[in-house]
Write a protein of this length. Structure first.
Length: 477
């Protein structure tokens, strides 16, 4: 089934809908069709006792007139409803005059060749929709049994398997017709441990853009081993004295700080509106030479991968920082037209009900030349090592951030000593970036269930090598 057949529309009707959207004087019109099926299974107390299933189906229509956006959607794809949505979007865009001096929507660029059939970063080798649910139930039960066998302190295991399959189709006033098939599987495990009168918990996850081939022994072993890893230290951990000190961030999940404290500030809509600390720093040095930070839609099977973004722009790799210099923002078509550059494939949306905006995909820092994690730790006289963050807060305009540290250790005279807990890391994104003293050669892109919540929720990935920051504030006793 081709996607026009899936959504019950013809190419002639697509052209007619665009014409309807532009009838009130709009400069640009695009259509976003979506057919997504979501399923989930939940294991608790050793039994899979609940699950869920729902379908999202419809079309969103956007009309741009200068700096004004009109958006409407229909939860059906019959032509009369779509024509009504196109007319509504066009009327909204035409309702007020655009701001003077801004680029017209006609500068969205020439047609982009973006045949998603020519490249696929996430082939579905085994269909989720055709796989047997009984095998998924048995897999969750094996996770539960494996965790309990590894640690006698396990009190409760809650495991969730969720998966979705999306088929999307996009058409715009340049005549571009693009489609994509997007599988996504996620496994999340929460474990509660009891030792004496104390309890601790740990959460691990794995999320990949692939089919049911994700349900494998390798994934099971990864989740089970990480679920029980480090629990002795968790029970021994104490709250240290606070203050300013050096911080070594472990490879992988620490990339959430890069995503939140720095990545959002590179998104072009914040910069276009003057809300980002980096809005006047394009082409300037913002950190030491040798540091490269990028946002990548081309990592195979990555949760943040994009064959095409939600505006039909091909997935690509975008260097935001090159050798310490700010070289690119993350653009959708609107911001790219404003800056007079090509879109970077970062126009993303939660569903057909939402307008696309600049969003990250897989954001990470490349490996550096400064040895290993152990080398970085050995260079610190007094500091802290952290490898998992949670509950971060960031002010995009100022760049200030606060992150709760889920696990870590004191560093004393170049050695890891006391495990620590209940602390916050406080700092400023641009200042922390400029204060990176060393970058190890151990980049890891974390494969957890990261979801970015900038106005809408979208799946993302993040990563980082081990990094030494000269000074951050550690909130302790």
């Amino acid at each position: 089934m081709n996607n026009c057949e899936r959504f019950g529309v013809s190419e002639e009707q697509l052209r007619a809908l665009v014409a309807e959207g532009l009838k009130a004087g709009g400069d640009w019109c695009d259509l976003y069709f979506e057919d997504t099926a979501y399923r989930s299974l939940l294991l608790r107390d050793g039994e899979v006792g609940s699950g869920g299933y729902h379908v999202d189906f419809g079309c969103g229509i956007r009309v741009l007139k200068g700096e004004k956006t009109g958006y409407a959607y229909a939860e059906t794809t019959d032509f009369a409803s779509l024509r009504s949505a196109a007319r509504a979007a066009g009327s909204i865009a035409a309702a007020a005059s655009p701001h003077g001096g801004q680029p017209s929507g006609r500068s969205r660029g020439t047609a982009i060749k973006s045949d998603a059939a020519g490249v696929d970063f996430y082939p579905e080798l085994r269909s989720w929709e055709q796989a047997e649910t009984a095998g998924f139930v048995a897999f969750l039960q094996r996770i539960d049994a494996g965790i309990r066998a590894r640690d006698s302190r396990v009190l409760k295991v809650i495991a969730t398997l969720s998966y979705s399959v999306s088929n999307v189709m996009m058409y715009n006033s340049l005549g571009e017709l693009t489609s994509d098939h997007r599988p996504l599987g996620s496994l999340s495990v929460q474990v509660i441990f009891r030792q004496g009168d104390r309890t601790e918990n740990n959460s691990v996850s794995r999320s990949l853009r692939m089919g049911a081939e994700m349900i494998s022994d390798e994934v099971l072993e990864d989740l089970v081993s990480r679920a029980v890893e480090g629990m002795d230290a968790r029970f021994e951990a104490k709250r240290p004295k606070g203050g300013q000190m050096s911080v070594v961030m472990g490879a992988g999940a620490s990339g959430i700080l890069l995503h939140e404290a720095m990545g959002h500030a590179f998104e072009a809509d914040f910069n276009r509106k003057g809300q980002s600390v980096f809005c006047e720093k394009m082409g300037r040095r913002i950190c030491r030479p040798g540091i490269n930070i990028l946002d990548d839609g081309t990592l195979p099977a990555s949760r943040g991968a994009c064959n095409v973004d939600d505006e039909g722009v091909p997935g690509q790799k975008t260097y935001m920082v090159t050798d310490g210099i700010l070289t690119s923002y993350l653009h959708d078509r609107i911001s790219a037209a404003y800056y007079g550059v090509a879109p970077t494939g970062n126009g993303r949306r939660e569903s057909f009900r939402y307008n696309p905006i600049p969003r990250m995909r897989a954001t990470y820092m490349e490996s550096g030349p400064d040895g290993t994690k152990e080398d970085l730790i050995a260079s610190v006289r007094k500091g802290i090592y952290v490898d998992q963050f949670a509950n971060g807060q960031v002010k995009i305009g100022e760049g200030d951030f606060t992150f709760f540290v889920k696990s870590g250790f004191l560093i004393e005279d170049g050695r890891l000593t006391m495990p620590v807990k209940d602390i916050n890391i406080i700092g400023n994104g641009p200042e922390a970036l400029a204060d990176i003293r060393a970058v190890a050669g151990d980049l890891k892109v974390d494969e957890g269930t990261w979801t970015c919540g900038k106005e809408q929720s979208v799946a993302v990935s993040c990563g980082i090598p081990s990094v030494l920051i000269g000074k951050l504030t550690v909130g302790g006793e």
